[in-house]
Every structure is written in structure tokens, then in C-alpha cells.
Design a protein around this ligand. Sequence first.
Ligand code: LMR
Length: 391
Amino acid sequence: MLEALNPQPQDKILQLIAMFREDPRDTKIDLGVGVYKDPTGLTPVMRAVKAAEKKLWDSEKTKTYTALAGEPAYNAAMVGLILGDGYADRAASVATPGGTGAIRQALELIRMANPKAKVWMSNPTWPNHPSIVKYLGMPSGEYRYFDAATGGVDFAGLLADLGTVAAGDAVLLHGCCHNPTGANLDAAQWDQVIAVLQARGAIPFVDLAYQGFGDGLDADAEATRKVAAAFPEVLIAASCSKNFGVYRERTGILIALTSPDRKAVVQGNLNYLNRQNYSFPPDHGARLVTMILEDAALTAEWKSELEDVRQNMLGLRQQLADELRRATNSDRFDFVARHRGMFSRLGLTEAQVTTLREQHGIYMVGDSRINIAGLNAKTVPVLAAAIAQVL
Ligand code: LMR
């Protein structure tokens, strides 16, 4: 049987982890996978997470199963963090293994409800989006998103393409910190996107994986909140991997907003999907997140560390934009300072990306996406000089 299997292509982002590890050069720089690193190159366990783990070790009395949808306290805390108050009667939700788990469950829910629904994704998007959609055999569409010439959003193209979406189609939107481009919609543009999707009768599906990494915890949730208020049905896949730094604990949530009288049925379908795919969601990371969000002192500690993380990335963005200006004698890369989140797409060719890797030991995704947090004050000028050389 197994000899019938064909080799699978390697994931282009995850592949970089191994390539980087195997590179013996001690000057190598890892700007690949989206994992936060502090200025010393470490991905730290956040202080509030450590404190919660200690408390949990002392207080946890059982490892028996949690609820199928995850602990209600986690789901409530996450709905509050993302949407604020007022959604208890509309929000069905399940804890999931990370943000990827939430995306997978959301897509399966869409397929169960409407097998004909097309899933629209930005071009470009996180490569795992189309990969899962394809794996599930769902119809898909693309909407224009990035303007490589300016490093900003191709908003006219985006509006034109979303204007062709059919009623009942799902439109995947990055709630903040667009991956891979780093280019984001402003508030007025979100209003226009909402108006178009309302006119088309589309279902918004928001991926929120970087809340707190862009303009701040609340600011990064603003677009998602607007969408939640504007549509009767919304799917939101959120991740705690980055903002709580609990990557390997696989901590995410899928929220399905519906009408109060449909909530029980939608919740039942979410529970069913969890049961079919893995029964109970992982608990450890979710429990830590709950403990942090339910304790004022831990929340304050977490917010302050998250803010340091965000400020560090903003500082690196400005420094890189300045260094690139100097090194290339042009304003071509000024967009790096305007982008938000972990990533910026630099607009280099695949050949230039390869040269940077082979000759300079600088690792980025083939589409020239860099993880800003892979840099520090010392490596920014090194990157800028190397880019200027390969241009
Ligand atoms: C990324 O885009 O690098 C992250 O979301 C990590 C991943 O799983 O790809």
C-alpha cells in the first residue's frame, strides 16, 4: 500500500529551518520562519508564561480530559481578547491545535455548510492557506493584494477582485500584520472591503495570528472587531503562538459568529469537527493563556513584554529602512518602516534570495519575505550591505 505514495514537496518555510541549522558559518542570519527572537537570538519563554507554568505545576490536580471544545474559560478569555465584550450570545468557539488547527477546522466547517463555497485568498498569502484548501479539495479564488512597485497594498486590484466574489463564498482576510508582505489595509480601506463583501453576500474568514505584533493589542484587533460587528456570520481563526510565545504548545481558537438562535447548532458542529479530527484540543498552552488573561498582574506583565517585543520590531524596521537608504542610495525600501508585524516582502528575485543565502549566509523565504525579528542592531547593516550588493 505505502509504495503507492508519492513524495511530497517540502514546506518552503519550514525547509529553511533545517538548511539554516546545517550551515556551519557563524555569521549566518536566520530571517526565515516566523518565530520571534530577542536581540540575543533567543526565542524566550515569556515571563508571564513562566509564572503561570509555576502556578499550574502547584495547582493542577488532574490531567483528565478537558471539554471537547476546550475549557470554556479559555474560549471566553480569547473571545474577549479578540472581540471585546458583547459576543457571548453570538460566538461559538473551539480551542484548536494552534492557528493552523483553527484554519483547518474553519475550512472544514465551510465545506460542511456549503461544499460549493469558494475560498478566496490574497495573492500572496501564507502558503499553508492554499495548501490546506487544496488538500481539502475546496474551490478557491485569489484576490490581488500586493503592489510590488510600492511595497504597499494594491487596493484598486483588491477591490476589483473582491467585487467578483459570489454570495456564500468565504473570503480569507489577514486581521493584521499581513503574512508574507507586511503591507496592511488602513481603517478606511477596511470599511470599503466590508462594504464590498456585504454587497456580495460573502462570508468573512479572518486569520489573526499576530495580534499585538503590529500597532498594539487593541489596534491589531480593530479590523476584526469591525468585521464582527458588520456581518451576521464571521469565522475567526486566531493563534497564541506568537503573542504568547507558546509556539510548540499548539494554542489556537476558532470562533464562529452566528445568530443567537443558531449558536447551539454551530457549536455542536465545531465540537463534532474536533471529535473527528483529534477529539480534545491540547490544554497546556490554553490553560497558561487563560491563567494570564484571568489574573490582572500576569496580564500586565504579559502586555508589557509583548509591547517590548513590538517596539523591538518597530525599531529594527526603522533601522533597516535607514540602512537600506544609505546602502542603496535610494528610497526603494522605505516601505519596510511602514510595514507592520513580523514580515516584510522585500521584492527581490528568487536568484537574489539564493545569492544572499549562498554567499552571505542570509536566510529568507524564496519570495524575499524576511522575519524582522531575526535581525538585531548589529546584523541590520550586514543585511543592508548584502542586499545592496546583490541588487
Ligand atoms: C510563518 O509564516 O513563518 C509562520 O506562520 C510559521 C509557519 O508555520 O509557517
